[in-house]
Every structure is written in structure tokens, then in C-alpha cells.
Design a protein around this ligand. Sequence first.
Ligand SMILES: Nc1ncnc2c1ncn2[C@@H]1O[C@H](COP(=O)(O)OP(=O)(O)OP(=O)(O)O)[C@@H](O)[C@H]1O
Ligand SMILES: [Mg+2]
Length: 241
Amino acid sequence: MAKAVDIRNFSFEYPDSGHVLADITLDIAHGEKVAIIGPNGAGKSTLLLALSVFIEGTGKILIDDIVASKKNARKIRSVIGSVLQNPDEQLFMPTLFDDVAFGPMNMALTHAEIVKRTTEALQTVGLEGMEKRPPHHLSAGQKRAAAIATILSMSPKIITMDEPDTSLDPRSRKNLTDLLKSLDQTLIIATCNMNFAAGLCQRAILIDKGAVIADGPARQIMTDSRLMESHGLEVPAAFTD
Ligand SMILES: Nc1ncnc2c1ncn2[C@@H]1O[C@H](COP(=O)(O)OP(=O)(O)OP(=O)(O)O)[C@@H](O)[C@H]1O
Ligand SMILES: [Mg+2]
């Protein structure tokens, strides 16, 4: 059966910063919830960008058996939706409603279905009633929720989220965790927040300096204090019992 994500010997470098990802090989099955953990600058965001073909490197990436290449970008992005690290890059329409409806409008859906998906996605992230607000006037936490809604409204098979817990207060973070737990989709979450990762993901992939350092059960990896500390991370409170 097709893997959700199948990465073979993938390497990438930005023109001005040398190797950022070096020879990454891993796969993720449909339905898995995986945390990509690692310190600042490890390459987490870059890896997620590669999955949605915002960047291209060497080696091979298959998303649900489709080769991640610029040629297939449209197809790939109908299967995988990415919540970017910076919500301002995701919100560009005059109103919140338009931003969340943008994806569904490009999916050949009926008007009624577009409105339904948009309304539901906004409700899910707790932003109902704010439909007419310009996204750039939202608070940081509300922008984060809005960016997540722009992806939920498309209901892609695979969802990547880059530090989705940033700027969220504890209640919003708990709501997001509950929401993400309830989704059947494959979830790939990049985060430096080990408590958030521990509460959500059964599997963790630790990357540092662009390489996979460890990949396995989240509890096993995250309770290895020497491993975690040597990569600038901490053992989450949830696992210290
Ligand atoms: N657009 C870019 N051009 C050049 N170098 C970049 C660019 N974006 C990131 N880098 C470099 O690539 C490396 C990996 O960056 P990346 O953003 O993937 O890390 P990260 O693990 O997501 O970090 P963080 O936890 O801070 O979000 C870093 O050394 C960074 O300086
Ligand atoms: Mg990042």
C-alpha cells in the first residue's frame, strides 16, 4: 500500500547556507501522527516545505505515491496541506472568510459546499463570528488558528503543521491538541515544544543539522534525557512520571 510519505535519500541546500537536509530517508504510513522534533535551525521547516514541493532537492519524495516534483505540485497539494510556520504567509485575502474559502474554491465544489466547509473550519478553530475581519487585524493566536482553518477547510489526506502551538494560550493549545487527536488524517507536526508533541504524537523523528538522529516511539525518544539534552531539547513533563 502507498505510504503517506516516502522519503529516499533526500538532500537539500539553500544557495547561501550549505547543506540543510542531508540524506534523509524515512516513511510515514497513512493515519500516523508524527512529531518532527529538533532544535532551532535543525531543518524541520525545510523538510516540511520539501513535502509540499515549495522547495526541491536531490533524492526522492513520494506523497501518497505521487512524485513530489514541481510538475506535480498541484496534485501533491491536493493531497497534502501545510500550515506554515508564519501565518502571515498563509493569510492574504481581504477577509477571514475569503482566506478559509480560498482552498475549497479551487476544488470545483458547489457554492453551498464551499460555505459549509469554510463555516465548519472556522467553528472548529473557534473563530466563528470573525468571518468579515481582515486577517491582518487578528491577534497572533487568532492568526495561527486562521492558518489552520485554511487547511482544514480543504480536508487533505495529509496535514503538515509547522510549530502550530506557537502563540496559543493554554486553552487554545488544549483545544488544538484535542482537535488534532480527533482527526483521522496523517499528521506531521514540527515542533520544539516537547509537551505539545508528547500529548499528540505516538512517533517522534528527531532531526538535527539536517540529519535524522532518532526515529521511533515518542515516549522512548523523548524520555532519553541524554539524547534530548544533547540536541538542545528537554524531556516533556508528560513523560517524567
Ligand atoms: N530561505 C532560506 N535561505 C537560506 N537559509 C535558510 C533559509 N531558510 C532556512 N535556512 C537555514 O536552513 C537551516 C534550517 O532551517 P529551518 O527553518 O528548516 O530550521 P527549523 O528546524 O525549522 O528551525 P526553527 O525551530 O527555528 O523553526 C537553518 O540553518 C537556516 O538558517
Ligand atoms: Mg522551523
